[in-house]
Unconditional design. Sequence first.
Length: 239
Amino acid sequence: MGIGRRALAEAIGTYFLVLIGPGAAMVNAYSDGAVTHPGVALAFAFVVLAMIYALGHISGAHINPAVTLAFWSVRRFPGRDVAPYVAAQCAGAVAASFTMGAVVGPVGGFGATVPAVSVGGAFAVEWLLSFVLMLVIVAVATDERVAPGFAGIAVGLTVGFCAMAGGPLTGASMNPARSLGPAVAGGIWDAHWIYWVAPITAMLVAVRTYEFLRPAGSEADPSRSVPLGVEGPISPVGR
């Protein structure tokens, strides 16, 4: 499948991630707390699960620049496709934030991720949450011993419990595009660098950690040219 269609799928997936996730936080503010914090966390979990099952077989459902970069860093995603994926993810996120702003107005800070703890504490929280998310993603995507068909559930639940625990502290972004959309729409850039540096570095470490934990000989050569998504190889592949 051509890169244009796969990038469009990434834009659509990230659009709905931000529309439903940060969007739920905006609706919560608009409705005086009707959604609740657990409701917002579940919104993130459910939309990630849905996008993986809807688009995973098309683009891999990375819907996160840090995931794309992590797969590329261990030769599991072609370098030529990184820029189109990241651009599409960021564009989808920004479009979603402006959509929500047009519907409910600039409430809830557009669901922006802003530290409620110290900068160092926020970096640590985002780093650890991003690490465990990528650890789960690389396990379900690359290890043949993991039962097939459960990627959406595993990744969705991980996003959900991370949002439940880390949301009040940092927004539990784990995703540069998810943070970029509300920042652009609302002009809220407080400690924004954390939401790029922490997820990217954590996921680069997480993907290598799982490669180290994996028993020798448990998979094919990781240098194979088939790009990976959350559910495993993206196939068929073409330009």
